[in-house]
Design a protein around this ligand. Sequence first.
Ligand SMILES: [Zn+2]
Length: 304
Amino acid sequence: MTRPGLPRVTPIALGALIVACAATPSPVVPVERAPSPQAPRAKPPQPAASAAPAAVPAPPPAPWAWVLPVDHGIRADRGGGGAFLAPRAHGSHNGIDLLAPVGTPVLAPCAGKARAGQNSSHGKWVQVVCQVPAQLALPPARRVSLFFAHLHQITGLADDPSEVALGAEVGTVGKTGNASSSIVAAHLHFELSVHDDESQALADHHSGRDQSDSAAAHELGAAVGSRCLEPQGLAQVGGQLWRARRADPFVILTCLGARKPAYSRPSGKLAEASFAWSTRYRAQTFDVDREGPPAVPERGRAHP
Ligand SMILES: [Zn+2]
């Protein structure tokens, strides 16, 4: 059964996806100089154990991590609701607002490429581009762009993309950009979009204008739907999980293995703006306020 809000993928398309995923990617052939027309020089003697190393397969991508060290749930205050696709003056909210005090560290959800900048609406922002965990068996080029806005500080990143480690601090929660109003509680604006490859993901400026559909989003939607949402009975209450290539970050992060801290109501003024995850989400096999679902099983083991 197709859940409301999920990209529709026909059995034929899903079958084609599985076939495509099973195909072995072409090995990378190292570039070698053309052989010299002169007589080859004698090689120096080599120890017996120093034969050319066999090709070593790339290690599997690291699992994802939750993006804050605390969980105070979803923001909802006089400035607006922080849920995915909540009504906004410009249309719909493209992300989720994670309520947290100013200065809370923001953590890289994966080992990937990251960049940072600043503009009038997002304030200080950081973008981290992640590979989809191997358990979902998507084509290896697929990438997810995770975007964080209204930061107080950016940690060690610039406009040019650089490598970032899983769980590394990339900034701190703040109230910059259009979150500076006194009626808007401090929060992390957290947005997620799906792309064909790394260059396309890094080119997404999360301006809200690019809402085009993508095959990569359909693939990820189908994989998450069949291997996480349906088995776990996970759903958003009365809402949608997808808007073209953008997805509900809470659902995707939890389905892709990020284990968030247990929800706790913040102290002081923030407590009035805190909504627990269970006000928006339901799951049959785990408590959405406490943790994420069990890790997605390896493909081939889910159905003996
Ligand atoms: Zn937001």
